[in-house]
Design a protein around this ligand. Structure first.
Ligand SMILES: [Mg+2]
Length: 315
């Protein structure tokens, strides 16, 4: 539904001189005048969808609500500055819940020097909803967008993927510092954060850039939690299935020219690993790079085990 609405809004919304980058990226870029730009994003999380409040410490929900927003700013290589917080609280015990949510948020805000600038609260008979708007500023070299990848660029990822539902989706640290380091030191053509799944978000980046993406699936870094899920669940999904499709990893996917990617991989400038998992290709769509250099379709929803033909054209 969301993509459909985004497509409708892209057509329907009038252009505005203040809008440097509008709907459809991880965040928008707004010109505040006097050559000052701000990066702004909003995300709502709710009980029963993004977490189950009855089963967790509400502080973790508070942390997640802010972290998903900071992750979107990281995907733009923007430095977070401030956030405003809207809470829609269940009527029962709303105050204590609100306090715990903020207790979860504040350490994260402090670590990233984000001012909690205000907000709003409401109560109702429904489940908890937390909506946070985060504001950042672009780095000296501008923002990363989704639409800048070029065929031949390498696909780089931070960290590892899969199994985040085992707990990481609540406790992850958004890759804000990592993005700022990379943006300052290297030429990055495009970026996205992985909220809905490595393959799905990678396909969005490729689609926005008007190119395709070929993934060497054996190179995808797999999180321990994904191995654990594959071992303990009897649904037949492999650790790689989880890594490619689970989502909520909140790692970064980057497009970098090969010579820059080589430097990044050699220098490993972050505390977490950076891995090359493939290359952007001129063939639009999402592809799996087989050992012989052949391309096979890769479902945006996940890893496809069986070959469904090959393409004559290499990336
Ligand atoms: Mg995002």
């Amino acid at each position: 539904m969301e993509q459909e609405l985004v497509d409708w809004l892209k057509k329907r919304l009038p252009s505005h001189p203040a809008l440097r980058l509008g709907i459809g990226d991880d965040a928008a870029v707004v010109d505040l005048g006097g050559s000052t730009e701000c990066v702004v994003t909003v995300d709502a999380v709710m009980d029963g969808v993004d977490f189950e409040l009855a089963k967790i410490d509400p502080r973790r929900a508070g942390h997640k609500a802010l972290a998903v927003n900071l992750s979107d700013l990281a995907a733009m290589a923007a430095r977070p500055v401030a956030a405003v917080v809207a809470l829609v609280l269940p009527r029962r015990d709303g105050y204590n819940l609100a306090v715990k949510l903020f207790e979860g948020m504040l350490p994260l805000a402090e670590r990233h020097n984000v001012a909690i600038a205000g907000g709003d609260t409401n109560t109702w008979d429904g489940p908890l909803v937390v909506s946070i708007t985060a504001i950042g500023r672009p780095g000296p070299r501008g923002v990363w967008r989704r639409d800048g990848a070029r065929p031949g660029d390498d696909i780089l990822v931070t960290g590892s993927f899969g199994g985040s539902l085992a707990g990481r989706h609540l406790d992850f640290e958004p890759r804000v510092r990592e993005a700022l380091v990379l943006a300052e030191r290297y030429e990055i053509h495009a970026a996205i954060d992985v909220s809905d799944g490595l393959s799905l978000d990678l396909s969005r980046l490729a689609e926005a850039s008007g190119c395709g993406a070929a993934v060497a699936v054996d190179q995808v870094p797999i999180a321990d939690a994904a191995h654990e899920l594959a071992r303990t669940q009897s649904d037949g999904r492999t650790a790689l299935d989880h890594a490619v499709a689970d989502g909520e990893d909140f790692e970064l996917v980057l497009a970098a020219p090969p010579n820059i990617a080589d430097r990044i991989l050699a220098e490993q400038p972050l505390d977490i690993s950076i891995t090359r998992i493939g290359q952007f290709a001129s063939n639009r769509g999402l592809w799996q790079l087989a050992a012989g250099g052949q391309l096979m379709p890769l479902s945006a929803r996940g890893y496809v085990h069986r070959s469904s033909g090959t393409l004559a054209e290499a990336p």
